[in-house]
Design a protein around this ligand. Structure first.
Ligand code: 13P
Ligand code: SF4
Length: 337
């Protein structure tokens, strides 16, 4: 755990002390009102948490939402780097996360000291860093990107500008293929998206010949090669909603299917299988640490809380703000094309 987390104080209510008869959903709604809190949830959270949230979204949507909210408290149901982004953008607000251990394999793969040494080897390169990283790594980067903003931001850079991309090598390689830009890639991966099997997806497709494959660009190239659509979580949701197809194989974290079923009732969704043909591989163990009980506790205790030194926050804000400034412009340009 990083030093950007503050744990509950000694008098805080702990998990074992929750009255088992408590209506947790009702209590969470009551506390949200009482504390003027807003609950944000990523699409990879449990369905019951998504249903309680004021806003469910992808990394870019949630960053924007975190910046725009006028609540006193942001309860971030997602992983730590997402809650850090909320704090970086809203320093005056209390930002809490249900489980402080909710990390990310991409963040873990890219420690600040190693990243700094890597950057120093390429002084002429601009450093584009996927939002799935720590505040420390953000502060060492030039521009932060999400899976829904990266392509637009790369295309907005001068053609002769050399680029470093960290920490997801599969997303980086996908962006290289999409934009034709030659980037130096950090070798990190997402443990969830890396486990899907192209062979098993192809086998599943032969059992459901009409099914379309939707994949997140954190998947390896072999999976993206068998996909009918590649996009961020919100782009995948839009594809499923707009498509004339009625069956889909979903190669991203399985909890997004909850939102797909709400958004496109009547359509059928199959979680993409892993190498053993099973589908537990699609569950992010970090996202799964956040439960309804811990959501109730973090609202009650106002902890675990994200705190960070002001110089770190300002350092991380700069490249994040560049993304937020560039992403809408790139989107308008795309819409006009
Ligand atoms: P997006 O929601 O931006 O597609 O990101 C997926 C992800 O891996 C979040 O951890
Ligand atoms: Fe990180 Fe992958 Fe989990 Fe997203 S799904 S939080 S990238 S480990």
């Amino acid at each position: 755990m990083t030093d950007t987390i503050v744990m509950p104080d000694a008098s805080a209510l702990m998990e074992g002390a929750i009255d088992p008869h408590l209506d947790l959903e009702a209590e969470i709604r009551r506390l949200r009102k009482e504390k003027n809190a807003v609950i944000l949830a990523h699409y990879y959270q449990d369905g019951e948490i998504q249903d309680l949230a004021d806003f469910v979204g992808d990394s870019l949507d949630l960053s924007r939402k975190a910046a725009a909210t006028d609540a006193d408290m942001i309860v971030f149901c997602g992983v730590r780097f997402m809650a850090e982004v909320a704090k970086i953008l809203s320093p005056q607000k209390t930002v809490v996360i249900p489980d402080a251990e909710a990390g990310c394999s991409l963040e873990d793969s890219c420690q600040a000291a190693a990243f700094k040494a890597w950057r120093a080897q390429y002084p002429d390169h601009v450093s584009l860093t996927y939002i799935n990283c720590s505040a420390e790594v953000k502060a060492l980067s030039d521009i932060i990107v999400t899976s829904s903003s990266a392509e637009h931001i790369i295309n907005a850079l001068p053609k002769d500008q050399p680029i470093l991309f960290a920490p997801d090598r599969h997303l980086g390689a996908y962006l290289q293929r999409k934009t034709g830009r030659d980037m130096v890639l950090w070798p990190g991966t997402c443990i969830v998206h890396e486990q899907f099997s192209a062979r098993e997806i192809t086998r599943m497709k032969s059992q459901h010949p009409g099914a379309l494959v939707a994949a997140h660009p954190e998947c390896p190239e072999s999976i993206l090669d068998v996909a009918d659509h590649v996009g961020s979580t919100s782009q995948i949701l839009k594809f499923v909603h707009d498509s004339a197809g009625s069956e889909f194989i979903v190669a991203t974290e399985t909890h997004i299917i909850h939102q797909m079923e709400k958004d496109a009732p009547g359509k059928i969704f199959y979680p993409a299988p892993g190498a053993d043909g099973g589908c537990d591989c699609g569950n992010c163990p970090f996202m799964a640490l956040n439960t309804l009980e811990k959501l109730y506790l973090c609202l009650t205790n106002a902890a675990p809380r994200i705190e960070m030194p002001e110089d770190l926050r300002l350092g991380a804000l700069k490249p994040l703000q560049r993304m937020l400034d560039m992403a809408p412009k790139a989107k308008r340009a795309q819409d006009a094309a």
